[in-house]
Design a protein around this ligand. Structure first.
Ligand code: FAD
Length: 296
């Protein structure tokens, strides 16, 4: 019944597929259903069908901030690839499945500046809004006018949350609760010339390549910055290269854990636990996770 209804929609359905194929960490057991949608109407319909049939679901973008469980996910992982962009002067209206890379390219072509500091970061705009994406003192939240979304428990009602209502904080927002479906975002950018925009993109990309292990699978920084800077503290404790199973603390950036090829979720969690305990012993403070565990 559930499958028949999904199959009638204009989406891609995959059964019993490894989640490692759908996240940047390349880790995770099998998901019962993977549903890829290409427009917001279908996204809402798929969510509605999941609710009607009591199927647990989670919407994801590139899975760049996620650590899926080795046990997989006994429900539907909905991947949004809704990518429409409209422009009105310096404002752009963007579907949540648009990647930051696609958006940066669009901005370059349209002489719009603001997003260059995010060059090289794997993210959809939806994920960026949920996590309040930031890099090199630039925050996506500073460009957001409003977010169009739906509460999962009242999916018929379209909401428009202004910047204040989004409650953006460091790597946090009202959407972190997981209670919302984000469909479209209005951003306001600045006019600039192509040459300068391009030069900044290259500059930021270079800084990222120089400092981060972006050739190995990871989910970016594992811990949030707080009273202490995790990468510095982990480096000071001599934990660069510390390895459990197929996962290791990056030798290039101690704030990253990388998948050396066959890492399991359990390996990453054990490293996190080990680091947290070491840090607590010396600094008497607990580290806060930046990545999100998606457990069954
Ligand atoms: C190499 C690397 C470098 C990184 N560098 C940075 C960095 O410099 N700064 C930074 O802030 N982050 C960084 N990150 C982390 C990551 O890129 C961000 O958190 C990013 O915003 C995640 O986007 P995503 O589309 O992959 O979201 P996902 O990881 O797929 O999802 C993140 C959360 O958003 C929810 N979500 C996604 N789309 C929707 C939607 N349409 N509606 C409702 N909920 C939704 C998901 O359910 C999940 O809870 C890095 C990651 C990697 C791998």
């Amino acid at each position: 019944m559930f499958l028949n209804e999904i199959k009638k929609l204009d989406c891609e359905l995959k059964l019993d597929r490894p989640l490692s194929d759908f996240c940047t960490f390349r880790i995770g057991g099998r998901a019962k259903y993977i549903i890829v949608v290409y427009d917001n109407d279908t996204l809402l319909k798929v969510c509605h069908i999941c609710i009607l049939h009591h199927i647990k679901y989670k919407i994801i973008g590139l899975g760049a901030n996620l650590l899926f469980s080795d046990k997989g996910y006994n429900g539907a992982i909905i991947i949004t690839k809704a990518k429409k962009i409209y422009r009105k002067n310096t404002a752009i209206y963007v579907d949540s499945g648009t990647t930051i890379g696609e958006l940066i390219q669009y901005c370059y072509q349209n002489d719009l500046s603001g997003l260059e500091a995010f060059s090289g970061i794997p993210s959809t705009l939806g994920g960026a809004i949920v996590n309040s994406l930031g890099a090199f003192d630039t925050n996506i939240s500073d460009m957001v006018d409003y977010v169009i979304c739906y509460k999962k428990d009242d999916i018929k009602k379209r909401l428009i949350l202004n910047n204040t209502e989004c409650k953006f904080r460091y790597r946090d927002s009202v959407f972190k609760s997981g209670d919302y479906i984000i469909t479209r975002i209005k951003l306001t950018l600045k006019i600039d010339n192509k040459k300068d925009i391009y030069a900044r993109q290259i500059e930021y990309l270079k800084r990222k390549y120089d400092s981060q292990p972006i050739t190995l699978p990871s989910a970016g920084s594992i811990f949030k910055r707080g009273d202490i800077i995790p990468a510095k503290v982990i480096d000071d404790l001599g934990l660069k290269g510390y390895k459990i199973g197929g996962a290791a603390v990056s030798n290039k950036h101690a704030g990253f854990i990388v998948n050396l090829g066959n890492a399991r979720s359990k390996d990453v969690k054990n490293i996190i636990q080990y680091i947290d305990n070491k840090v607590y012993k010396i600094y008497k403070t607990r580290l806060e996770l930046e990545i999100e565990y998606v457990d069954d």
